[in-house]
Design a protein around this ligand. Structure first.
Ligand code: CP
Ligand code: NVA
Length: 311
């Protein structure tokens, strides 16, 4: 059974094919194949979502399937039914699961105990649908309309600023390895990449650079990226994090320290005036809304690939 729980679940060659498929599905929106025809995919969400929920619901529908949204309070998992039993029961009804939750072990357990494909729609550890979309969005710019999307990523540098010990930073560490990119993380002492991601990177042979100096992180970067300082579940730490992470705010000045043609990205939602200024969000080289739109096309390619469709 094929799942998509981490950036490394597809090989480089498969990601190259997946990006080509995403570009085709984007161009042929409204008249492409419907590989999920007759299928129902359940979406179990334990955290809030705008982009992920809407893009998956629309995407499953456009691939011919039926999305079934289940907040954790709608199902017995919210009252303590085990992950293992939930996985086995849902496997009797639906054809796949899209899951947004806290512990990454919950998505791996759903995948292990069920008998249907599971897609990670964000955990505290990783957000792989977002990172594939980010790489695709950058590649659209770097490869142009007819160029090789995946090949255009090779050797490019991404700088990630702010909270360097949570899901988006972790996903860039794994994603950059798959895409052939380099990654430099700039964040405050005490928020360095965790032992868990360091171990995972070491096992893969994935290189990354961490520095407490934001200018060092962005020097030579092709892509500057940030995320909220207090993620979902960390709201109680907002004030302390804001104070520690302010030197890593992506301002016009810090953005200008990257390459002159660097792109700016943010997974959104953004807190303007905190991790990024409004001027950078609105900058001509900010591609945040292309990035949001592409969640639809790339996730459709992920689902279609799991269903056996190729570019
Ligand atoms: N970027 C992202 O995953 O957004 P949502 O939390 O709105 O889904
Ligand atoms: N790091 C953020 C990402 C939201 C898309 C969070 O987990 O809340």
């Amino acid at each position: 059974m094929r799942h998509f729980l981490a950036e490394t679940d597809f090989s480089a060659a498969e990601v190259a094919d997946l990006f080509a498929l995403a570009r085709r599905l984007k161009r042929e929106r409204g008249h492409h194949e419907r590989p999920l025809a007759g299928q129902t995919w359940a979406m179990i969400f334990s955290k809030s979502s705008t982009r992920t929920r809407v893009s998956f619901e629309v995407g499953i529908h456009e691939l011919g399937g039926n999305p079934l949204f289940l907040s954790k309070n709608d199902i017995q998992i919210g009252r303590g039914e085990s992950i293992a039993d939930t996985a086995r029961v849902l496997s009797r009804f639906v054809h796949g699961l899209v899951v947004r939750t806290y512990a990454h072990s919950d998505v791996t357990e759903l995948a292990e105990r069920g008998s249907i494909p599971v897609v990670n729609a964000l955990t505290d550890y990783l957000h792989p649908c977002q990172i594939y979309t980010d790489a695709f969005t950058a590649a659209e710019r770097w490869a142009g309309p007819d160029g090789d999307l995946f090949a255009s990523l090779k050797g490019r540098k991404v700088a990630f600023l702010g909270d360097t010990c949570f899901n988006m930073a972790n996903s860039w560490i794994l994603g950059a390895h798959v895409f052939g990119m380099s990654v430099s993380l700039g964040g405050p002492a005490g928020f360095e990449p965790t032992a868990e991601i360091r171990d995972a990177a070491a096992k893969l042979g994935a290189q990354f650079h961490y520095t407490a100096d934001p200018r060092e992180a962005v020097a030579g970067a092709d892509l500057v990226y940030t995320d909220v300082w207090a993620s979902m579940g960390q709201e109680g730490e907002s004030a302390e994090r804001a104070q520690r992470m302010m030197p890593y705010q992506v301002s016009e000045e810090l953005f200008a320290a990257a390459k002159p043609d660097a792109l700016f990205m943010h997974c959104l939602p953004a807190h303007a005036g905190e991790e990024v200024t409004q001027a950078v969000l609105d900058h001509p080289r900010s591609v945040i809304f292309d990035e949001a739109e592409n969640r639809l096309h790339v996730q459709k390619a992920i689902l279609a690939t799991l269903a056996g469709l190729r570019s």
